[in-house]
Ligand binder design. Sequence first.
Ligand code: NAD
Length: 254
Amino acid sequence: MEIQGSKGIFVGGASGMCRATATQFAEKGGQVAILDLEKSDGAAVAAELGGTFMPCNVMDYDGMANVMGEAVEALGGLHFMVNTAGGAVAQRTLKKDGSRHSLDDFRRIVDLNLIGSFNINTIAAEHMAKNEPNETGERGVMLNTASIAAFEGQIGQVAYTAAKAGIAGMTLTMARDLGMLGIRCMTIAPSLFDTGLTAGIPDEGALQLTKDAAFPKRMGHPHEYAVMAIAIFECAMMNGSTVRVDAGQRFAPR
Ligand SMILES: NC(=O)c1ccc[n+]([C@@H]2O[C@H](COP(=O)([O-])OP(=O)(O)OC[C@H]3O[C@@H](n4cnc5c(N)ncnc54)[C@H](O)[C@@H]3O)[C@@H](O)[C@H]2O)c1
């Protein structure tokens, strides 16, 4: 799809990889709405990009329909939905003291990453379905964020791995469900990226965590996620896949 004149909703767009994607989308002539937590920098980011900010929480499933509805109204349509809202908990299947992984924690991480993503994809699809298709039959693109932990979860990442593998798993099925409408669905699985989420990792820790990458052996930069996200939006053949953006890294067990 062509970015010039297209409208995008960026969930998690106040920071990191989604912010970088919103920035590149706006620079190429797209119109943006930043959706993020109330306490985030969303208002400042939206102002910088000439867009609107709408506070939201992806775990408020019903509320997301209202917020996204208002965002679509403000934009005058929806062609691109990017989502990076997510997070992890560090806990083993059996903890070191022999007690079991908390079911509440497991469910919370699945709710935040997987159910949250599924919910906003259905809302986005409902809006995109109302678009007039472009000359090649396209109505919109939805992009979710997994992690390479979806495929090589490290020790203590079982909830996060299950949630992100769920996102990777639903991608092709959702693309097939929506194919007849000309709506594409893709997922990016990043390795370690230098964002708000990883801001607490010291330089030495980052070196250790990226030592198994083929090249480059460093954390990714948010704009490198954005380059892939924009390519996905622009290339109609990108559909139903989870693309690793990982410098050839495969996570070791720890
Ligand atoms: N940074 C990494 O190394 C890395 C690697 C693999 C996957 N990921 C995935 O990327 C996403 C995080 O993106 P980032 O690394 O750019 O981090 P980030 O913290 O810079 O940006 C994430 C944004 O999401 C927002 N957010 C968090 N919870 C939310 C909620 N419940 N509702 C609405 N907004 C919410 C945050 O306020 C923040 O602005 C997560 O899904 C994470 O699992 C990150």
